[in-house]
Ligand binder design. Structure first.
Ligand SMILES: NC(=O)c1ccc[n+]([C@@H]2O[C@H](COP(=O)([O-])OP(=O)(O)OC[C@H]3O[C@@H](n4cnc5c(N)ncnc54)[C@H](OP(=O)(O)O)[C@@H]3O)[C@@H](O)[C@H]2O)c1
Length: 280
């Protein structure tokens, strides 16, 4: 599933509306089909006040201890957007208020659907989502894994919400750690590569400003070219690599240094860490 299901967005409550919850809120507000108002909570009064608008009812859990429970009473999709360490406790806090038929979505890294289900009434639908930071500009990639009690309609509703911030891919929960190692942590790999390419430009005598612009725009343009193309990245790479030319010389060095092996080892380490975090 990578396209948004049709139809109006479900009624949404977001509990914990910081970087990731805030990105999802922005996506929903930009989506004509969103049924307003969206109910959101934060911990502090100041952060809640900053979110209030015609379309957003925001309250602070510090000011009103029942804010989280009150926010979910009419929701069809409840998003838990707090830090991983507070996610199961937040599920327990709202357990009595989640409407029958609502689906609870956690974006917390390393928290399993079973852990969240254990804090909610038996049979509550729980979906685990792993978005990434480009969600903040509407270009995210989100992996979804369904818990034991999720219906197809509920999964569609969650996909409908997350599709407002990018593409959505459903995977079995035992693939979430692998997905985390590719798209969840992936933006950091891309920034690392852009930074390294820019540094190489400076080493070749370009100014830091020019080099940073060349590196960033080359990544952005190449991604756009790939998206617009009907061939894959390997073929596009082959097409810009004339035998004996400059690119071929550079690619030869990448291959001698085993760039594929480096990515394999790096993503294996990330996936292993994600699994370790889920266990603890
Ligand atoms: N950022 C990412 O790139 C990313 C990617 C994938 C997944 N995630 C997941 O997204 C979750 C949130 O991360 P984040 O980076 O968005 O964190 P964040 O910016 O610190 O946001 C956390 C939010 O939770 C609020 N909050 C804390 N305790 C609360 C409570 N008891 N009731 C209501 N609201 C409460 C905070 O309010 P105050 O600001 O008032 O304290 C804040 O709005 C984490 O579980 C993380 O694993 C994040």
């Amino acid at each position: 599933m990578s396209a948004a299901p049709e139809g109006p967005s479900p009624r949404v409550a977001i509990l914990g509306t910081g970087s990731m919850g805030g990105a999802i809120l922005s996506g929903l507000l930009a989506d004509e089909a969103t049924r307003r108002p969206v109910r959101v909570t934060t911990r502090s009064e100041a952060t809640a006040a900053a979110l209030v608008s015609d379309a957003v009812v925001a309250s602070s859990s510090e000011r009103d201890p029942s804010a989280n429970s009150r926010a979910v009473t009419e929701a069809e999709v409840v998003i838990l957007g707090v830090k991983p360490v507070g996610t199961v406790a937040l599920a327990a806090e709202i357990a009595d208020a989640v409407p029958a038929g609502a689906v609870v979505v956690s974006v917390a890294a390393g928290i399993t659907t079973a852990a969240i289900e254990s804090a909610l009434p038996a049979g509550t639908a729980v979906v685990r989502a792993m978005p990434n930071t480009p969600s903040t500009v509407g270009r995210g990639v989100t992996g979804l894994a369904r818990g034991a009690a999720v219906t197809d309609d509920q999964l569609d509703s969650v996909a409908r919400v997350l599709a407002t911030v990018g593409s959505v891919h459903v995977v079995p929960e035992d693939r979430i750690d692998a997905l985390t190692s590719i798209s969840g942590s992936g933006p950091a790999y891309v920034f690392l590569l852009i930074d390294a390419l820019a540094a190489a430009g400076v080493a070749r005598g370009l100014s830091p400003e020019l080099s940073a612009a060349l590196a960033a725009e080359t990544f952005a343009g190449s991604s756009a070219l790939l998206a617009a193309s009907d061939v894959d990245a390997r073929e596009l790479r082959r097409r810009v690599t004339s035998p004996g030319g400059t690119t071929a010389k550079a690619v030869e060095v990448f291959e001698q240094r085993d760039i594929a092996g480096i990515f394999d080892a790096a993503t294996a380490a990330a996936a292993a860490r994600a699994a370790e975090m889920s266990r603890s």
